[in-house]
Ligand binder design. Structure first.
Ligand code: ADP
Length: 198
C-alpha cells in the first residue's frame, strides 16, 4: 500500500515548491486545492449536493455551476460557507483516498494547505511542515499572485501558526533563504524520508 507524506505550510511558505521537488524525485503528488477546484464541476460526486445548497439560481442554463453567484452567497453568509465546506471537504478527502489507493508507487505526497486543521494528517505516514516568517511569505505571495497584502494577512490569520505546525509535524523545513538553499535541504529531507518510510 502507498504510504502518504502530508505536506503543509502557510500560504507562500514554499509548499508547492517542495511538492514539485518530491515530484522531481519520482514521488507522485496529490494536490488538495486542485481537487477542491473540481468540486463545482458537474462530473464531481458532490456537484448536486453542493449546488442544491444555493437553490436553482446556482445553476446556469447549460447545467454548470454559476460560480460567481455561489461565491457571492458564500461571501455574504458564513453559514452557507460552512455548509459548502461541509460538502467539499469530505469530497476532497474521498477523492484523495481514491487516488492514493489507485497509486502503484510506494510513496505519494498529499499537498494540503490545511492538513492539520482538516484532520487529513490522520491518513499520513508522516507529515512535513514548511516554515517561513510571515513577512517573507507576504512578500512572496504579493509577487506571485499580485495579491493584496491585507487579504493575504487575513488568509494567514485563518490558518494555524508556524509554532503549531512545528509541534504537530513529523519533519519541518525552513524556507527563508535562497531557493537553491531550500532545494538543497529539500533533497536531503526527501532522501531521509525515503529511507525511513520505504
Ligand atoms: P505555497 O505553495 O506555500 O503557497 P509556493 O511554493 O507557491 O508557496 O511559493 C510561493 C512563491 O515564492 C512562488 O512564486 C515560489 O516560486 C517563490 N519561492 C518559494 N521559495 C522561495 C525562495 N526560497 N526564494 C525565493 N522565492 C521563493
Amino acid at each position: 500500500m502507498t504510504r502518504i507524506i502530508g505536506i503543509t505550510g502557510g500560504i507562500g511558505s514554499g509548499k508547492s515548491t517542495l511538492s514539485d521537488r518530491f515530484r522531481a524525485h519520482g514521488i507522485p503528488v496529490i494536490d488538495a486545492d486542485a481537487i477542491a477546484r473540481t468540486a463545482l464541476t458537474p462530473a464531481s460526486d458532490c456537484f448536486a449536493d453542493a449546488t442544491a445548497l444555493f437553490g436553482p439560481d446556482a445553476l446556469r442554463p447549460d447545467g454548470t455551476a454559476d460560480r460567481a453567484y455561489i461565491a457571492a452567497q458564500v461571501f455574504a453568509d458564513p453559514k452557507k460557507r460552512e455548509a459548502l465546506n461541509g460538502i467539499i471537504h469530505p469530497y476532497v478527502l474521498s477523492e484523495m483516498l481514491r487516488r492514493s489507493k489507485a497509486c502503484t508507487e510506494p510513496l505519494a505526497v498529499w499537498d494540503v494547505p490545511l492538513l492539520f486543521e482538516s484532520g487529513f494528517d490522520a491518513f499520513c505516514a508522516c507529515t512535513v511542515a514548511v516554515l517561513c516568517k510571515e513577512e517573507i511569505r507576504i512578500a512572496r505571495v504579493t509577487e506571485r499572485d499580485g495579491a493584496d497584502e491585507q487579504n493575504t494577512r487575513a488568509r494567514i490569520k485563518a490558518q494555524i501558526t508556524d509554532e503549531e505546525r512545528e509541534r504537530l509535524a513529523s519533519y519541518t523545513i525552513r524556507n527563508e533563504g535562497s531557493l537553491e538553499a531550500f532545494l538543497f535541504e529539500a533533497d536531503a529531507l526527501i532522501e531521509r524520508i525515503r529511507k525511513e518510510l520505504e
